[in-house]
Design a protein around this ligand. Structure first.
Ligand SMILES: [Zn+2]
Length: 391
């Protein structure tokens, strides 16, 4: 297998048809380990401590993605940049990142048990499982595939149905000019313009050759996160919850190819000075690989908000939780963090014990016991996060 892989890589790297070169930023750990295999693919690189920016051929991206996933257990693993300037800006904008890491906008309090408890009791694992199955039934949800567009139309229609009759709620596409799959955003306008974001990526990918035809059910990665979010929306609507702050739920496009969907959204919101006070990312919520049911990523996230999320787990979800690091650009929270917004990433397991079927045709719900019991915990956590941060 390795021989075939090297041979194909050799063909790709030496084929002048694939001349388009792009910029990405990756963890420097990934670069030092990858050098012996892939060095010839790097046209240019510059190191900035923990982060390195690379110029590579576009066709190399699926290999980079697979490598980041397989050897570093990162779902994304790199950030795609339109230009060298964009890559340099992001990695050198340390002030923003420092701010996102340390600064707390919010006086984090837990004092609304009366509101949160009835809502978290409404979480229905059967509904979450049904939505995971529907999303996994698309051939794939790849960012350039017709089925990747159709699956987002399904997410949009599902969220619209849940929000029907609410004049304060709108569901819309966020269109990305360079590829076909849109992101989907449900906005519930609150009394205040301050924004709380809960999101996850809706695209899926499979194997070295990924692409628009491969079977990529992506049940855990990340139909599970989107289905946890959909259950949060359903319950807020069922309880006729009227938010104080503005809530935004996001199903990002194109995470698997360099966090491209969330990066465009977060960058645009920053350029408009959108007052986002907190971001929660759900990427893989349904595989219970560890004794700790929920694992909070401590890198590229906000420490004060993470402490708050830990307390929410103790108060409301009442499961064992731990901490880990998932490395540079492992998922969409990094897009927000890089833009200076406080983000958290509650994950399904310790990194070494996560679901190893992801990015293969075997990422199905049967690998999670054919139920969504684990993803339900994340729906409870998300509900408690929204209400306590909102009130
Ligand atoms: Zn993922």
């Amino acid at each position: 297998m390795k021989k075939i892989f090297s041979f194909v890589l050799f063909l790709i790297l030496n084929n002048q048809i694939f001349a388009k070169e792009v910029w990405v930023s990756v963890g420097s750990d990934l670069v030092s380990k990858s050098e012996k295999n892939f060095k010839s693919a790097f046209r240019e690189n510059q190191n900035f401590g923990d982060i390195t920016i690379l110029k590579i051929e576009e066709e190399f991206l699926p290999f980079l993605s697979k490598f980041a996933h397989q050897d570093f257990h990162r779902c994304g693993g790199f950030i795609y940049h339109d230009s060298k300037e964009d890559a340099l800006k992001l990695v050198t904008d340390l002030e923003s990142q420092d701010f996102a890491k340390k600064f707390s906008f919010v006086d984090y309090q837990i004092s609304h048990q009366d509101m949160v408890n009835p809502m978290i009791e409404s979480v229905d694992a059967l509904r979450i499982a049904a939505n995971i199955r529907t999303m996994a039934a698309f051939q794939n949800r790849y960012y350039t595939a017709p089925t990747g567009v159709q699956s987002q139309a399904w997410v949009k229609a599902t969220w619209e149905k849940l929000a029907a009759g609410r004049s304060d709620a709108t569901v819309s596409y966020f269109k990305h000019p360079n590829w076909s799959q849109p992101s989907v955003i449900l906005k519930i306008q609150g009394k205040s313009n301050e924004i709380i974001v809960v999101g996850g990526h809706a695209d899926s990918i499979s194997g070295y050759f990924g692409g628009a035809a491969a079977r990529a059910p992506g049940a855990d990665d990340n139909a599970s996160g989107i289905s946890s979010i959909t259950e949060i929306i359903r319950i807020l609507m069922e309880h006729s919850y009227q938010p104080e702050k503005t809530l935004m739920f996001m199903a990002y496009s194109a995470e698997e190819v360099g966090l491209r969907g969330s990066k465009e959204i977060a960058t645009q919101m920053k350029s408009q000075n959108a007052p986002v006070i907190g971001v929660m990312q759900f990427d893989m919520t349904n595989f219970k690989g560890s004794d700790n049911s929920i694992v909070l990523m401590t890198d590229y996230t906000n420490e004060a908000q993470n402490n708050f999320v830990g307390k929410l787990i103790d108060t409301y979800v009442k499961v064992k939780w731990g901490q880990d690091k998932c490395g540079y650009a492992c998922s969409d929270h990094a897009s927000w963090h890089m833009n200076g917004y406080p983000a958290s990433m509650p994950f399904e397991a310790q990194m070494s014990e996560m679901n190893h079927q992801i990015h293969t045709p075997n990422d199905t719900i049967s690998h999670s016991g054919d139920n969504a019991d684990h993803a339900s915990k994340f729906a409870r956590l998300g509900l408690s996060y929204i209400i306590e941060l909102d009130q």
